[in-house]
Design a protein. Structure first.
Length: 150
């Protein structure tokens, strides 16, 4: 189950179904076991800055953070993959700077965040190449044509 939460401090400029579809397509493309759960939270820069400082000791905002988990959901024993937290203001700035719709940027951040939940990373060149290919694959299937290099 995919839980999408929009914090009161922001007004989502697109329909939630777009982000839920991006999340589900990422899970399907990566052959994640049906019934696995995750949460996507859309918040503001303040939220991301606090989380970034608390969990990464970085005192600045960022566009997306992922908090992986492999705990079973206590309600149904399915695997809970974790949480993805996105800054709407950062997404809006990125889309404006990149000249693409905010809907595309938000889908990118959902896909990127979920790939991190699934163990992808982009620290080392080989990992970066794998994650870039997975991200590009899902974005292409979504019809999002962004040229974003990790």
């Amino acid at each position: 189950m995919i839980n999408l939460q929009v914090k009161r401090s922001v007004k989502l400029p697109i329909d939630k179904s777009i982000l839920l579809h991006a999340a589900q397509l990422t899970l399907d493309t990566e052959n994640v076991t049906a019934g696995s759960g995750l949460s996507v939270v859309i918040g503001d820069d303040n939220l991301l800055k606090r989380l970034n400082l608390r969990y990464r000791s970085i005192d600045t905002t960022t566009d997306v953070l992922s908090f992986p988990s492999i705990e079973p959901d206590p309600d149904n024993q399915s695997i809970y993959l974790g949480d993805v937290v996105i800054s709407l203001p950062c997404a809006q700035e990125n889309s404006s700077a990149g000249g693409h719709p905010v809907a595309d940027e938000l889908q990118l951040l959902v896909v990127h965040g979920i790939l991190h939940l699934l163990g992808y990373d982009h620290v080392r060149p080989a990992e970066k190449k794998k994650m870039q290919a997975a991200q590009d694959n899902v974005l292409t299937r979504l019809g999002v044509r962004l040229v974003i290099t990790l």
